[in-house]
Design a protein around this ligand. Structure first.
Ligand code: SF4
Length: 404
């Protein structure tokens, strides 16, 4: 990564020689990510860019965010682009007042053109919402809620440092329905300390019973610096073994697809018509703008990132008119490997032409690795597309590394 000064950023983004000619300008829709870096407390597995909530700091942050919305919307590279999705992520966006979120959303509406049917998602934690807040969010234009439920065993929730219990998660879900949300995601986690297969079955059964439109299932990853990572290093963490994790993943596949969900990405399941538009922006390698502390943008073949610390972010916006801390031009090689990684995670896979172009081969049979993975049943060829099979899903990351 190279540092990009605010001046360079303005040049790169406002009609430099790198800007395509108007007639060849990319006018495809773009996704917008807005980072809210505050949580009630830190979960024991989390290494996200988030800090303990403070109402005064949060308000200052939102004022800077509103300024950044206007500054970025004015960039030449974004003229004529419509938003297909807005995603409030974090952190815990739902820790804010509904009026604060709606204020930011209104600012986006004033600054950007929205596509018809734009998806506007908000990540929410049970325990930070009540019915009036949810109703105000719905009325204010939020169309999709994503609840971090994670598990339905209170002991497990405490073990991983979640600030809510199972009862609150269920209440939050029904309040969201009551408030008019007909597009709700539930996040669930497996591979947790001391989690048994029966626990996981119970969590999946709970989600199926609630009938959300979308379920995301994530295996625990021990990120350096987190409390669970430290416990693991001193041998104080009892984790399910690899075989158990594979059984949990397979169970999610079976239970959720039996219940009518379509698996459209390795970790994501949706009812027909409810695929997450914003996540597809990332997975289909489309462009996105990221606002707020530590947020990444990918626009016109360049990737930028903002100052990580909220205080530095606010200062950057106030004093320099930008919080961009660095960036890079994404090389063709990087673009290819990212497209392979993201495309193969999608259950629709990649069309053969794109796949062979990425690998730099004439046809599938020209690569021994591809032939082997097809023969061994890790990859499949269906209707002109290369897909990872159900067997391959369990080792998807290794497969992709082998291909690259
Ligand atoms: S609520 Fe989410 S972002 Fe906040 S600490 Fe927990 S996992 Fe991290």
């Amino acid at each position: 990564m190279t540092a990009v000064s605010s001046l360079e950023f303005r040049v790169l983004s406002s009609g430099s020689s790198l800007d395509p000619k108007p007639e060849t300008r990319n006018l495809r829709p773009i996704g917008l990510y807005i980072h809210i870096p505050y949580c009630a407390s830190r979960c024991h597995y989390c290494d996200f860019n988030t800090y303990r909530f403070d109402a005064v700091q949060a308000e200052q942050y939102l004022q800077a965010l509103a300024q950044e919305i206007d500054l970025r919307a004015a960039l030449e590279a974004l003229q004529g682009r419509r938003l297909c999705s807005v995603f409030f992520g974090g952190g815990t966006p739902s820790i804010l007042e509904a009026s604060q979120i709606v204020r930011i959303l209104d600012r986006c509406r004033a600054a950007f053109a929205f596509e018809d049917g734009v998806e506007i998602s908000l990540e929410a934690n049970p325990g930070t919402v009540d019915f009036p807040k949810l109703r105000a969010l719905r009325e204010g234009g939020i169309t999709r809620l994503s609840f971090g439920a994670q598990a339905v065993q209170d002991g497990l929730l405490r073990r991983i440092g979640r600030a809510h219990d199972a009862r609150e998660a269920e209440q939050a879900f029904w309040m969201a329905r009551e408030a008019g949300f007909n597009n709700v995601n539930l996040d669930l986690m497996f591979g947790l300390p001391s989690q048994r297969l029966e626990d996981w079955a119970e969590s999946l059964g709970w989600a199926v019973r609630l009938r959300p439109e979308h379920v995301s299932t994530y295996g625990l990853i021990l990120e350096e610096g987190t409390r669970l990572y430290k416990e693991h290093r001193i041998g104080a963490l009892e984790l399910p073994d690899e075989e158990m994790e594979a059984a949990m993943y397979q169970m999610a596949l079976d239970r959720l697809t039996d219940a009518g969900f379509e698996q459209y990405e390795i970790s994501n399941f949706a009812r027909p018509g409810f695929l997450c538009r914003h996540n597809l922006v990332y997975w289909e390698h489309q462009e996105y703008l990221g606002l707020g502390a530590g947020a990444y943008s990918f626009v016109d073949g360049q990737r930028y990132f903002n100052e990580l610390l909220p205080a530095n972010y606010v200062r950057g916006i106030r004093e320099r008119g930008t919080a961009v801390a660095g960036g890079e031009k994404v090389s063709p090689e990087m673009l290819r490997s990212e497209r392979l990684m993201l495309g193969l995670r999608l259950r629709g896979g990649l069309d053969v032409r794109t796949f062979t172009d990425i690998l730099g081969i004439e046809h599938l049979a020209a690569s021994d690795r591809v032939v082997r993975l097809l023969d061994e049943g890790f990859l499949d060829l269906k209707e002109g597309r290369v897909l990872i099979t159900e067997r391959g899903l369990l080792v998807a990351n290794e497969l992709i590394v082998q291909l690259l």
